[in-house]
Design a binder for this molecule. Structure first.
Ligand code: FES
Ligand code: FES
Length: 171
């Protein structure tokens, strides 16, 4: 018996511990937002977050997620209240065929959680997923847009206390 949480709900299964997490998500839970692409850990279409880290679910045996929290694209937000990353994806009209995009959004969400304002180089280093439609420039723009939206939504830092200065300090 293997137990873990998927999008906040407990899930348990008697499937063999070496079954890939992607199989559990798609075949047992019928969550088809997480895609099967290459099956060898190369494309990233199957990316989910496990305890907040972007991972390729085709390469993770379910035994390895025992007791952990898995988040899939279905668990990010309700359709009428997209996350900043999802909203940026819409605003930049990122997807073409769309097949890679769940994995891209999960990878971008994990990236921004650990690095709220990544540079182009940091985006390119972190986003190793493959898009056969070549949407990489729009993905990069969407990540910058989401970073900006998150920063502007954050409460402003408290102003530094005013300090009295003497004329001598400005000489
Ligand atoms: S399907 Fe998992 S990395 Fe391609
Ligand atoms: S949008 Fe088609 S593979 Fe990425």
């Amino acid at each position: 018996m293997t137990k873990f949480a998927v999008n906040g709900k407990e899930f348990e299964t008697n499937d063999p511990g070496d079954m890939p997490l992607l199989w559990a998500l798609r075949d047992r839970l019928k969550m088809h937002g997480t895609k099967y692409g290459c099956g060898i850990g190369a494309c990233g279409a199957c990316t989910v977050m496990i305890d907040g880290q972007a991972m390729r679910s085709c390469q993770i045996p379910i035994a390895n997620v025992e007791g952990k929290a898995v988040t899939t694209i279905e668990g990010l937000a309700p359709a009428d209240a997209p996350t900043p990353v999802q909203a940026a994806w819409i605003a930049e009209q990122v997807p073409q065929c769309g097949y890679c995009q769940s994995g891209m959004i999960m990878a971008a969400t994990a990236l921004l959680a650990s690095k709220p304002n990544p540079t182009d180089a940091e985006i390119d280093e972190a986003m190793t997923n493959i898009c056969r439609c070549g949407t990489y420039p729009r993905i990069r723009r969407a990540i910058h847009r989401a970073a900006g939206a998150t920063a502007s939504a954050a409460p402003a830092a408290p102003a530094a206390p005013a300090t009295e200065t003497t004329g001598a300090a400005h000489e």
